[in-house]
Ligand binder design. Structure first.
Ligand SMILES: [Zn+2]
Length: 86
């Protein structure tokens, strides 16, 4: 950005002007990108993507390791073991 005092160009990451020392106005966009809420939302998207991938693998007949062990048990214990009660 250009210095509001003397008008010389400064790199975006500078906090003060290299020429006159005037504090440069910080851009709001760079602060938004470091927002922790946005990072949490990206983890949510990753979780959804992993869930979709596992669902597609199951539709293709791929069995997950923990599903094989559950299916060997009687069907009545399936939900109990799924919740860690079996
Ligand atoms: Zn300046």
């Amino acid at each position: 950005m250009n210095c509001p005092n003397c008008g010389v160009y400064n790199p975006e990451d500078r906090e003060t002007c290299w020429r006159c020392g005037e504090p440069l106005p910080q851009q709001e966009e760079s602060k938004k990108r470091r927002n922790p809420q946005a990072r949490a939302r990206s983890w949510l998207y990753i979780g959804i993507a992993v869930f979709i991938i596992f669902t597609l693998l199951q539709m293709c007949g791929f069995q997950l390791p923990w599903q094989q062990s559950i299916e060997q048990q009687p069907s009545g214990l399936l939900w109990l073991s799924a919740f860690g009660l079996g």
